[in-house]
Design a protein around this ligand. Structure first.
Ligand SMILES: [Zn+2]
Length: 174
């Protein structure tokens, strides 16, 4: 998306509305990113549908490296609405702030500018947030049972503090 490639721009149109990027677009991107890799890696926000999970399983089966662990961050819906609606991101350095839990204090941008250049992602706007959560319920939440049945699901309480969540994640992938 940042590079403005046709595939990236196509994906952005769906994301800005809070919709899922179609499976064939995402799977193509992931296949490109994973080709030739032999190290360990973590995927953030993929897969988001059963079809994507099945495609990922097929890709990983080709290289004999199945999924080791899947982390499910569990947070009540009203808390998610509050959090996503207050998120602001710096255009320059990519740092993420939150109106309530982690407000920007005017400190110098870590990319070198005097101040961070904050903006709200289109998919963090209130109407898109509500749609994202509906899409999650319909299309992504079935993945919990999918990975639970494979014995790799790790549940993390996303309502805890950043430090506590981090500790649970480290434990989940240890
Ligand atoms: Zn910044």
């Amino acid at each position: 998306m940042k590079q403005g490639t046709p595939l990236g721009l196509e994906a952005k149109g769906y994301m800005d509305a809070g919709d899922l990027v179609p499976d064939q677009v995402v799977i193509g991107m992931i296949r490109e990113a994973l080709t030739g890799r032999t190290d360990d890696f973590m995927l953030d926000g993929f897969p988001r549908t059963i079809a994507q999970a099945e495609a990922l399983d097929a890709m990983l089966a080709e290289v004999g490296a199945p999924v080791d662990a899947v982390i499910s961050f569990e947070v009540p819906r009203d808390e998610l609405v509050r959090r996503l609606g207050g998120r602001w991101i710096c255009r320059a350095c990519g740092k993420s702030y939150h109106e309530v839990s982690n407000p920007y204090g005017g400190e110098p941008c870590s990319a070198g500018a005097a101040e961070c250049d904050l903006y709200q992602r289109d998919d963090d706007r209130p109407e898109a947030v509500a749609n994202r959560l509906d899409v999650y319920d319909q299309q992504t939440s079935p993945l919990i049972a999918y990975y639970e049945s494979r014995g790799v699901l790790r549940r993390v309480d996303g309502g805890l503090s950043l430090d506590e969540v981090q500790a649970q994640v480290v434990e989940a992938i240890a």
